[in-house]
Ligand binder design. Structure first.
Ligand code: SF4
Length: 307
Protein backbone atom coordinates (compact mmCIF):
# COMPACT_ATOMS: atom_id res chain seq x y z
CA UNK A 1 0.00 0.00 0.00
CA UNK A 2 1.48 3.32 -1.08
CA UNK A 3 1.34 6.26 1.35
CA UNK A 4 -1.28 8.79 0.33
CA UNK A 5 1.22 11.66 0.16
CA UNK A 6 2.71 10.18 -3.03
CA UNK A 7 -0.37 11.10 -4.99
CA UNK A 8 -0.30 14.59 -3.46
CA UNK A 9 3.35 14.96 -4.44
CA UNK A 10 2.89 13.67 -7.99
CA UNK A 11 -0.08 15.94 -8.63
CA UNK A 12 1.68 19.05 -7.30
CA UNK A 13 -0.83 19.43 -4.49
CA UNK A 14 1.80 18.88 -1.78
CA UNK A 15 3.51 22.06 -2.91
CA UNK A 16 0.16 23.87 -2.72
CA UNK A 17 -0.36 22.46 0.76
CA UNK A 18 3.00 23.92 1.86
CA UNK A 19 2.04 27.30 0.39
CA UNK A 20 -1.31 27.32 2.21
CA UNK A 21 0.36 26.49 5.52
CA UNK A 22 3.04 29.15 4.99
CA UNK A 23 0.37 31.79 4.52
CA UNK A 24 -1.09 30.84 7.90
CA UNK A 25 2.29 31.31 9.60
CA UNK A 26 2.35 35.04 8.90
CA UNK A 27 -0.71 35.49 11.11
CA UNK A 28 -0.58 32.15 12.81
CA UNK A 29 -3.78 30.18 12.89
CA UNK A 30 -2.16 26.76 12.66
CA UNK A 31 -3.99 25.59 15.78
CA UNK A 32 -7.15 26.57 17.67
CA UNK A 33 -5.27 29.08 19.83
CA UNK A 34 -5.33 31.40 16.78
CA UNK A 35 -2.47 33.51 18.19
CA UNK A 36 -2.37 35.57 14.98
CA UNK A 37 1.31 36.19 15.49
CA UNK A 38 3.79 36.63 12.63
CA UNK A 39 6.01 33.59 13.01
CA UNK A 40 7.71 34.28 9.68
CA UNK A 41 9.18 37.49 11.11
CA UNK A 42 10.34 36.08 14.40
CA UNK A 43 7.29 36.57 16.58
CA UNK A 44 6.13 33.67 18.72
CA UNK A 45 2.74 32.56 19.93
CA UNK A 46 1.77 30.16 22.67
CA UNK A 47 3.85 27.37 21.15
CA UNK A 48 7.00 29.54 21.31
CA UNK A 49 8.00 28.38 17.84
CA UNK A 50 9.25 29.93 14.66
CA UNK A 51 9.24 28.47 11.16
CA UNK A 52 12.22 26.08 11.19
CA UNK A 53 11.80 22.66 12.77
CA UNK A 54 13.23 22.15 16.25
CA UNK A 55 13.55 18.54 17.36
CA UNK A 56 14.76 16.87 20.53
CA UNK A 57 15.49 13.46 18.99
CA UNK A 58 14.66 10.93 16.31
CA UNK A 59 14.92 7.17 16.72
CA UNK A 60 13.28 3.79 16.28
CA UNK A 61 10.85 3.66 19.19
CA UNK A 62 9.51 0.43 20.68
CA UNK A 63 7.27 1.92 23.38
CA UNK A 64 4.45 3.07 21.10
CA UNK A 65 1.24 1.16 20.36
CA UNK A 66 1.82 -2.34 18.97
CA UNK A 67 0.46 -1.61 15.46
CA UNK A 68 3.00 1.20 15.11
CA UNK A 69 5.94 -0.68 16.58
CA UNK A 70 5.65 -3.98 14.69
CA UNK A 71 9.00 -5.76 14.65
CA UNK A 72 11.30 -2.89 13.74
CA UNK A 73 9.92 0.06 15.65
CA UNK A 74 8.10 3.29 14.99
CA UNK A 75 10.33 6.01 13.54
CA UNK A 76 9.60 8.77 16.01
CA UNK A 77 10.65 12.38 15.54
CA UNK A 78 10.06 14.45 18.69
CA UNK A 79 9.37 18.11 18.08
CA UNK A 80 10.33 20.64 20.71
CA UNK A 81 7.63 22.89 22.22
CA UNK A 82 3.90 22.29 22.14
CA UNK A 83 0.63 24.15 21.54
CA UNK A 84 -0.75 22.89 24.84
CA UNK A 85 0.51 23.85 28.29
CA UNK A 86 -0.26 20.71 30.28
CA UNK A 87 0.94 21.18 33.86
CA UNK A 88 1.47 17.43 34.29
CA UNK A 89 3.48 16.93 31.08
CA UNK A 90 5.80 13.94 31.27
CA UNK A 91 8.05 15.41 28.55
CA UNK A 92 8.10 18.90 30.01
CA UNK A 93 11.81 19.44 29.33
CA UNK A 94 11.04 19.10 25.61
CA UNK A 95 7.53 20.51 25.46
CA UNK A 96 7.84 23.41 27.90
CA UNK A 97 11.52 24.04 28.60
CA UNK A 98 12.44 23.91 24.93
CA UNK A 99 15.13 21.22 24.92
CA UNK A 100 16.01 20.55 21.31
CA UNK A 101 17.97 21.65 18.29
CA UNK A 102 16.90 23.70 15.29
CA UNK A 103 17.49 21.90 12.02
CA UNK A 104 16.79 22.63 8.36
CA UNK A 105 13.94 21.20 6.29
CA UNK A 106 16.55 19.13 4.45
CA UNK A 107 17.88 17.70 7.72
CA UNK A 108 14.33 16.82 8.79
CA UNK A 109 13.87 15.02 5.46
CA UNK A 110 17.16 13.20 6.02
CA UNK A 111 15.98 12.08 9.48
CA UNK A 112 12.91 10.50 7.83
CA UNK A 113 15.06 8.71 5.27
CA UNK A 114 17.40 7.47 8.00
CA UNK A 115 14.48 6.02 9.95
CA UNK A 116 13.23 4.28 6.83
CA UNK A 117 16.71 2.82 6.26
CA UNK A 118 16.68 1.48 9.82
CA UNK A 119 13.57 -0.53 8.94
CA UNK A 120 10.98 1.47 10.89
CA UNK A 121 7.37 0.88 9.85
CA UNK A 122 6.32 4.53 9.83
CA UNK A 123 7.46 8.08 10.51
CA UNK A 124 5.82 9.15 13.76
CA UNK A 125 5.76 12.92 14.31
CA UNK A 126 5.32 13.58 18.02
CA UNK A 127 3.70 16.95 18.78
CA UNK A 128 3.36 18.02 15.13
CA UNK A 129 0.57 20.61 15.33
CA UNK A 130 2.75 23.73 15.43
CA UNK A 131 5.24 22.19 12.96
CA UNK A 132 2.98 21.15 10.08
CA UNK A 133 4.55 23.61 7.67
CA UNK A 134 8.04 22.28 8.41
CA UNK A 135 6.83 18.69 8.02
CA UNK A 136 5.31 19.32 4.60
CA UNK A 137 8.39 21.27 3.46
CA UNK A 138 10.60 18.38 4.53
CA UNK A 139 8.27 15.90 2.84
CA UNK A 140 8.79 17.74 -0.45
CA UNK A 141 12.47 16.83 -0.09
CA UNK A 142 12.01 13.35 1.38
CA UNK A 143 9.68 11.99 -1.33
CA UNK A 144 12.14 12.42 -4.22
CA UNK A 145 14.75 11.11 -1.77
CA UNK A 146 12.86 7.82 -1.62
CA UNK A 147 10.59 8.09 1.42
CA UNK A 148 7.71 5.64 1.20
CA UNK A 149 6.64 5.03 4.82
CA UNK A 150 3.24 6.16 6.12
CA UNK A 151 3.28 9.27 8.29
CA UNK A 152 1.77 9.30 11.78
CA UNK A 153 0.24 12.46 13.24
CA UNK A 154 0.79 12.03 16.97
CA UNK A 155 -0.80 15.13 18.47
CA UNK A 156 -2.35 16.32 21.71
CA UNK A 157 -5.73 16.55 19.98
CA UNK A 158 -5.90 20.34 19.99
CA UNK A 159 -5.99 20.68 16.23
CA UNK A 160 -7.89 22.99 13.88
CA UNK A 161 -10.28 21.35 11.41
CA UNK A 162 -9.45 23.77 8.59
CA UNK A 163 -5.74 22.96 8.93
CA UNK A 164 -6.50 19.24 8.96
CA UNK A 165 -8.46 19.78 5.75
CA UNK A 166 -5.43 21.40 4.13
CA UNK A 167 -3.38 18.41 5.28
CA UNK A 168 -5.70 15.76 3.87
CA UNK A 169 -3.58 13.12 2.19
CA UNK A 170 -0.34 13.99 4.02
CA UNK A 171 -0.91 11.66 6.98
CA UNK A 172 -2.16 8.11 6.63
CA UNK A 173 -2.32 7.53 10.36
CA UNK A 174 -3.71 9.88 12.97
CA UNK A 175 -3.01 9.26 16.64
CA UNK A 176 -4.39 12.16 18.70
CA UNK A 177 -4.86 12.28 22.42
CA UNK A 178 -8.33 12.93 23.70
CA UNK A 179 -7.36 14.37 27.06
CA UNK A 180 -10.54 15.67 28.68
CA UNK A 181 -14.20 16.24 28.08
CA UNK A 182 -14.42 18.99 30.66
CA UNK A 183 -13.79 22.64 29.86
CA UNK A 184 -12.68 23.73 33.34
CA UNK A 185 -10.18 20.89 33.55
CA UNK A 186 -8.88 21.69 30.07
CA UNK A 187 -8.48 25.34 31.04
CA UNK A 188 -6.75 24.65 34.35
CA UNK A 189 -4.50 21.81 33.21
CA UNK A 190 -3.71 22.71 29.59
CA UNK A 191 -4.62 26.36 29.08
CA UNK A 192 -7.27 25.50 26.47
CA UNK A 193 -10.85 25.76 27.77
CA UNK A 194 -12.28 24.90 24.35
CA UNK A 195 -10.24 21.68 24.20
CA UNK A 196 -13.24 19.29 24.38
CA UNK A 197 -15.12 20.73 21.39
CA UNK A 198 -11.91 21.27 19.42
CA UNK A 199 -10.76 17.70 20.02
CA UNK A 200 -14.17 16.29 19.09
CA UNK A 201 -14.20 18.26 15.83
CA UNK A 202 -10.58 17.39 15.02
CA UNK A 203 -10.95 13.67 15.73
CA UNK A 204 -14.16 13.52 13.71
CA UNK A 205 -12.28 15.09 10.77
CA UNK A 206 -9.34 12.71 11.21
CA UNK A 207 -11.69 9.75 11.16
CA UNK A 208 -13.43 11.09 8.07
CA UNK A 209 -10.08 11.25 6.28
CA UNK A 210 -8.58 7.89 7.22
CA UNK A 211 -11.30 5.75 8.83
CA UNK A 212 -10.79 3.00 11.38
CA UNK A 213 -7.34 1.54 11.76
CA UNK A 214 -6.32 -0.87 8.99
CA UNK A 215 -3.30 -3.13 9.40
CA UNK A 216 -1.33 -5.58 7.27
CA UNK A 217 -1.38 -9.31 7.92
CA UNK A 218 1.30 -8.84 10.62
CA UNK A 219 -0.84 -6.33 12.49
CA UNK A 220 1.27 -3.33 11.44
CA UNK A 221 -0.68 -0.11 10.93
CA UNK A 222 -1.20 1.00 7.33
CA UNK A 223 -3.85 3.69 7.66
CA UNK A 224 -6.48 4.89 10.06
CA UNK A 225 -7.18 6.44 13.44
CA UNK A 226 -5.85 5.51 16.87
CA UNK A 227 -6.89 7.52 19.93
CA UNK A 228 -5.04 7.80 23.22
CA UNK A 229 -6.68 8.67 26.51
CA UNK A 230 -4.77 9.01 29.77
CA UNK A 231 -6.91 8.18 32.80
CA UNK A 232 -6.47 10.84 35.49
CA UNK A 233 -7.21 10.61 39.23
CA UNK A 234 -10.77 11.17 40.49
CA UNK A 235 -12.07 11.10 36.90
CA UNK A 236 -11.17 14.76 36.38
CA UNK A 237 -10.70 14.01 32.67
CA UNK A 238 -14.36 12.88 32.43
CA UNK A 239 -13.10 9.63 30.95
CA UNK A 240 -16.58 8.16 30.61
CA UNK A 241 -17.68 11.02 28.34
CA UNK A 242 -14.50 10.79 26.28
CA UNK A 243 -15.19 7.10 25.75
CA UNK A 244 -18.83 7.78 24.86
CA UNK A 245 -17.67 10.10 22.09
CA UNK A 246 -15.15 7.60 20.75
CA UNK A 247 -17.71 4.80 20.74
CA UNK A 248 -20.20 7.00 18.90
CA UNK A 249 -17.56 7.79 16.28
CA UNK A 250 -17.05 4.09 15.63
CA UNK A 251 -17.07 1.07 17.89
CA UNK A 252 -14.08 -0.16 15.91
CA UNK A 253 -11.96 2.84 16.86
CA UNK A 254 -8.58 1.69 18.15
CA UNK A 255 -8.27 3.27 21.60
CA UNK A 256 -5.39 3.13 24.04
CA UNK A 257 -6.69 3.72 27.55
CA UNK A 258 -3.49 4.58 29.37
CA UNK A 259 -2.78 3.90 33.03
CA UNK A 260 0.63 5.49 33.46
CA UNK A 261 -0.31 8.85 34.93
CA UNK A 262 2.19 10.02 37.53
CA UNK A 263 2.68 13.50 39.00
CA UNK A 264 5.30 15.35 36.94
CA UNK A 265 6.32 18.93 36.26
CA UNK A 266 3.79 21.24 38.00
CA UNK A 267 1.21 18.55 38.81
CA UNK A 268 1.43 19.27 42.52
CA UNK A 269 -0.30 22.60 41.87
CA UNK A 270 -3.54 20.66 41.38
CA UNK A 271 -4.89 18.71 44.35
CA UNK A 272 -6.35 15.96 42.19
CA UNK A 273 -3.11 15.38 40.30
CA UNK A 274 -0.92 14.68 43.29
CA UNK A 275 -1.28 10.89 43.07
CA UNK A 276 -1.31 8.17 40.46
CA UNK A 277 -4.58 6.45 39.58
CA UNK A 278 -5.93 3.46 41.46
CA UNK A 279 -6.54 0.08 39.91
CA UNK A 280 -10.25 0.69 40.46
CA UNK A 281 -10.15 3.93 38.49
CA UNK A 282 -8.49 2.18 35.59
CA UNK A 283 -10.89 -0.74 35.75
CA UNK A 284 -13.82 1.68 35.71
CA UNK A 285 -12.47 3.25 32.51
CA UNK A 286 -11.95 -0.05 30.72
CA UNK A 287 -15.27 -1.47 31.89
CA UNK A 288 -17.03 1.62 30.58
CA UNK A 289 -15.32 1.18 27.19
CA UNK A 290 -16.42 -2.45 27.09
CA UNK A 291 -20.00 -1.51 28.00
CA UNK A 292 -19.96 1.03 25.15
CA UNK A 293 -19.09 -1.77 22.76
CA UNK A 294 -15.59 -0.65 21.83
CA UNK A 295 -13.84 -3.61 20.26
CA UNK A 296 -10.21 -2.50 19.96
CA UNK A 297 -9.01 -1.44 23.38
CA UNK A 298 -5.24 -1.33 23.79
CA UNK A 299 -3.95 -2.01 27.28
CA UNK A 300 -6.70 -4.52 27.98
CA UNK A 301 -4.10 -7.29 27.78
CA UNK A 302 -2.27 -6.04 30.84
CA UNK A 303 -4.81 -6.89 33.50
CA UNK A 304 -7.63 -9.37 33.90
CA UNK A 305 -10.40 -8.05 36.14
CA UNK A 306 -12.59 -6.47 33.48
CA UNK A 307 -16.20 -7.53 33.16
S1 SF4 B 1 0.62 27.01 16.20
FE1 SF4 B 1 1.56 28.22 17.86
S2 SF4 B 1 1.53 30.37 17.21
FE2 SF4 B 1 0.16 29.20 15.85
S3 SF4 B 1 -1.89 29.46 16.74
FE3 SF4 B 1 -1.04 27.57 17.60
S4 SF4 B 1 0.02 28.13 19.52
FE4 SF4 B 1 -0.36 30.00 18.34
Amino acid sequence: MQPSYLELYNSGRLEKCAEALYERLADCTLCPHQCRTDRINGRQGKCRSGVAPVISSFSAHFGEEAPLVGRHGSGTIFFTNCNLACIFCQNYDISHLGRGEEISFEELAEAMIQLQKRGCHNINFVTPTHMNYAIVKALLVAVPGGLRLPLVYNSGGYDAVDILSILEGVYDIYMPDFKYMNSETARDLSGAPDYPERAMAAITEMHRQVGDLATDRNGVALRGLLVRHLVLPSNIAATDRVINFIANLSRDTYINIMDQYRPEYRANECFNLKRGITLQEYDDAVNHALRCGLTRIDGIRRQTNWK
